[in-house]
Design a protein around this ligand. Sequence first.
Ligand SMILES: CO[C@H](O)c1c[n+]2c([nH]1)[C@H](O)[C@@H](O)[C@H](O)[C@H]2CO
Length: 448
Amino acid sequence: MPEPSVRFPDGFLWGAATAAYQIEGAVAEDGRGSSIWDTFSHTPGAVLRGDTGDIACDHYHRWREDLDLLRDLGVGAYRFSVAWPRVIPAGTGPVNPAGLDFYDRLVDGLLERGITPMLTLYHWDLPQALQDTGGWANRDTAEHFADYASVVHGRLGDRVPYWLTLNEPYCSAVVGHLEGRHAPGVRDERVAVTAVHHLLLAHGKAVAALRAGGATGQVGITCNLTSVHPASDDPADVAAARRLDLHENRMYLDPLFRAAYPEDAAAHYAPVTDFGFVRDGDLQLIAAPLDFFGVNYYERHHVAADPADPVRGWRRVPPEHPTVTDIGIHPEGLAEILDRVAKEYTPLPLVVTETGLALHDYAGPDGEIADDERIAFFDGHIRAAHDALTRGVPLIGFFPWSFMDNFEWASGYGVRYGIYYVDYPTQRRTPKRSARWYAGVIRANGLE
Ligand SMILES: CO[C@H](O)c1c[n+]2c([nH]1)[C@H](O)[C@@H](O)[C@H](O)[C@H]2CO
C-alpha cells in the first residue's frame, strides 16, 4: 500500500459516533424510564412529521450486528452514549439492573471486536422525572448526574478507557431552553443561562465522582464549537461576532479551562440574570482537571449586527452554498478551532468527537448510495484536522458523525448523517460509498 500523502500518527484513534436516543429505540423496554426526548418527540409539532425515537435504529436489539459493522469498518474506537433513564429510570433513586446489563454487554462486545469504547454519559436524554422537578433549571439535577455517573462507572469503569461527561452543554441549555427547538422545549433566556451553569456544574461534580470512584480512564467533555467571523470590519459587526463567540464558545471554554465566566458575560446576560445561581466553589469544580477534550465541529459563522437588537443581538449571514441543513461547509473552521483551543485554552489531547454532513441519501438503480458529497466533506475535514496536527495541536482522534443514519432530533428521520444507510421499515443497514471510503482511510491511516 502506498504511503498516504496525509498520514496520521501511529495509534491515531479513528472512530465512529452515535447517541442512545438517536439509535436505540426500545424506549419502554426492560425497565427504561421516560426521558425529556420521549416527551418532546411525542409533543405534536415538536419534531418533523411527528417522528420519535420509539424504534429509531432498533439498536437495542440489533447491537451485535451493529458492532460487527463497526468491526468491518475497521474503527479503533466507538463513541456511544448511555441513556440515563435506562440506568436510573427516575433519574435518581433505584438503579435498573437490566439497563446496566445492556451497556455491559455492549462494552464487552466492543472489546471482543478490538474496538475501544468511548462513553458519553449524557447526550440530551434527561429522565423526565427530573424535568418534572425543574430539570437543568434545578441545581439538584447536577448532583443526581454525579450519582448516575458513579453508578455507570462502578459497572463499566474497569473496561471503558474514555469517558465524556456531557455532549454539548450548549445544545442542552440553549437549543433546549432558549430556542426551544429541542427538549424540553423551553423558551426562557434566564432559564437557559441557569441551565448552562447547572450543566457545567454537573460536569464538574461528575468528574469528581469518577475520580473518587478510582477512574483510571481518561475523563473529558465534548463541546460544540463554532468558528465565528464578522461579516465586515464594521465595528458593529465585529462586536456582534464577539457576542456570538461568547454565547456559543467562551461561555463553555472559559469556565472549563479558566474557572471563570467570560468578562463580558455578566453585561451581555444582565437583562435576564445576575448569575446569582453561581455559588462559592462552583467554578473551581467546573474547571476540574481533565485528561482530554472533545470538539464537535459543524459550523463557521459570518456574523453581522442585528438591526433589531444592535446591542445584544447578532445575525448569522446565510451561507452562499447551504447544505440541506442550511449551513455552509468550511473545513478550515475545524483547523481554526482546534488551533484556538490548543493555543488559548488547554494543552490537553483533543478529539474531534463529531463532524458530519446531512444529506438526502438514496440508493441508485445499481443499489449504490453514492454520497460523494459526504466523502468530499470528510476528506476536507480530515485534511484540516491534519493541518492542525502538523502545527502541533495534540489531536488524538477523529469520529465522523455518524456511524449510521438515525433520529436527527427535531428533524426526525428527514435528514441522514450516517456512513451506513438505515432503511427504517426493514432496519436493513447498507454501507454508503462513504463507509467504504472511510474504511480505506482507516486502513491507510490517512489520505492519498
Ligand atoms: C450545534 O451542535 C452541532 O451542530 C451538532 C450537530 N449534531 C450534534 N451537535 C449532536 O451531538 C448530534 O446528536 C446530532 O445528530 C449532530 C447532527 O445534527
